[in-house]
Structures are given as C-alpha cells and as structure tokens.
Design a protein around this ligand. Structure first.
Ligand SMILES: Nc1ncnc2c1ncn2[C@@H]1O[C@H](COP(=O)(O)OP(=O)(O)O)[C@@H](O)[C@H]1O
Ligand SMILES: [Mg+2]
Length: 241
C-alpha cells in the first residue's frame, strides 16, 4: 500500500530534509517506488541531500500547472532505481491544496510512495500538504523551543482529523554519560508534543561530513540516521501507524 508522507516541524533546522532524504532512500532500498517532493519553496535542499544538486530541474510548480508531465519532470535519483525527485519551487510559490492532493493521490494510485519535505512554519504550503498527506512525521529536537513548535505544528495539522500525526525525535545525544537524561528526554518529547513516537534518531557524527562533501548520508553504512530511518521505513511498510 502506497502512502503520502509529509515531513514537517514548526522550526527550521530540526532535520526534516535529512529525514525526508533518508526515508526516501530507505523505502526505495526496501523495494518501494518513491517520489520525493521538495516543498520548501525558495529554500529547498532535498536535491543536495539526495546527491542530486544541479541534476533536478523541475519542481511541483511546473507539474501542477500542467507545463510538464510528472514522468518527464521527476529526475531519477542517481544509483536508486525507483526513486525520483521534484526539486523545490521558487520562493513565494504555494500549491493549490486540491491540486496537490489530487496529484499525490494519482501517484499513490500507481503504487508509489510520495514524500513531501516541507519548510518551517505554519503557512499555506503546510496547509496544502496537510490535505494531501496520509501520515505526517513531525521532526523535533529534544529542546523546549523545538518541542513547543512541534506541538503547535501538530495542532495545526490536526485541523484535518483523519490525518495520522507521529513524532520523530532527532539528534538525541548518545554519550553514555547522558544516556539516563536522554531517556527522560524522550518521555518529555512525547509528553510535551502530545504525539505518539514513530522513531528516535541519535546525533549522527557523520552528518556534517556528508553535508560538507555533498555525500548522501544514507549511503554511509555507519550512519545512525541510516539505521534509525531504516527501522522507521520498516514500520511504515508494515503499516503499524
Ligand atoms: N541526526 C542528526 N545528527 C547530526 N546532525 C543532523 C542530524 N539530523 C540533521 N542534522 C543536521 O542538522 C542540519 C539541519 O538539517 P536539515 O535536515 O537541513 O533540517 P531542516 O530541513 O529541518 O531545516 C544539517 O546540517 C544536518 O546535517
Ligand atoms: Mg529542509
């Protein structure tokens, strides 16, 4: 069963694009067809996270306007058969909610998962994506400000009652000295956002290097993002949410 998965958070820099790219790779490696859509108008970097900078030309804007068919617009992601990408639209673009929802439903009907990588904030793009999604992953850091923003995001998304909204705790510290505090921290994350937990992703020491080198983090076999997001993809495929 294909799904439309929205990656959201109130704040920027929580790891939405990192999770979106890793989840796209994980679902693809598990045999799913996947369309990754960058909805961070003017600020997108999903192409870079997928190792596709300068390779993906078309965005959801050209597809929804009817200028280009999705088959031509979606750029095949290097080295991952079945995964393709629509890069970010220009700043100020907002997709019509009904058009985005019917576009995503058409892709889903072709047994292809859709991943929507949203920017920060509770604006019109998130409102449109809310209408298209089956499952939302709200990515939050274990910090008061991030949890408060995640909670506001969840309330905004819950305006569509059928939507499944789950929490992804990202950048959880792994040093042994603070493990005890980390456990409390994950409880606090769930309690403060009021969201059930979908995944816990540890701080990944390789993330900075991957970004600096333009590598795909998921391709690093020692990546903790890879390990956690692979497990998350397994949960999504087994339909436990
Ligand atoms: N689990 C992690 N461990 C270490 N660094 C991370 C992790 N997740 C994300 N990052 C880093 O945080 C920064 C912001 O991530 P990004 O995915 O672009 O966030 P967003 O899309 O929410 O703005 C990037 O430099 C990324 O490499
Ligand atoms: Mg991003």
């Amino acid at each position: 069963m294909a799904r439309v998965i929205l990656i959201a958070s109130g704040k920027g820099g929580t790891g939405k694009t990192t999770v979106a790219a890793a989840l796209a790779c994980a679902l693809c490696d598990a045999g799913r067809r996947v369309l990754a859509v960058d909805l961070d108008a003017g600020m997108g970097n999903l192409d870079i996270a997928l190792g596709m900078h300068d390779a993906a030309l078309f965005s959801i804007a050209e597809v929804l306007s009817g200028a280009v068919a999705v088959e031509q617009a979606a750029a095949p992601v290097h080295g991952r058969e079945g995964l393709s990408l629509l890069t970010a639209p220009t700043a100020g673009y907002v997709p019509a909610a009904d058009k985005l929802a019917s576009f995503c439903a058409d892709i889903r009907a072709k047994d292809t998962d859709v991943i929507l990588d949203c920017g920060a904030g509770l604006g019109d793009i998130l409102a449109a994506a809310r209408e298209a999604a089956d499952l939302v992953l709200v990515v939050a850091l274990p910090e008061d400000a991030s949890l408060r923003n995640a909670s506001s995001t969840a309330q905004f998304l819950a305006q569509r009652p059928a939507l499944k909204i789950r929490l992804v705790c990202n950048r959880i510290p792994v040093k042994r000295r603070i493990l005890r505090r980390t456990r409390i921290c994950i409880d606090t994350c769930m309690d403060n956002t009021g969201l059930p937990l979908a995944a816990v992703i540890p701080e990944d020491e390789g993330a900075r290097l991957a970004t600096a080198r333009g590598n795909v983090l998921y391709d690093n076999s020692r990546s903790s993002v890879r390990e956690s997001v692979k497990a998350l993809a397994g949960r999504i495929i087994s339909n436990i949410f």
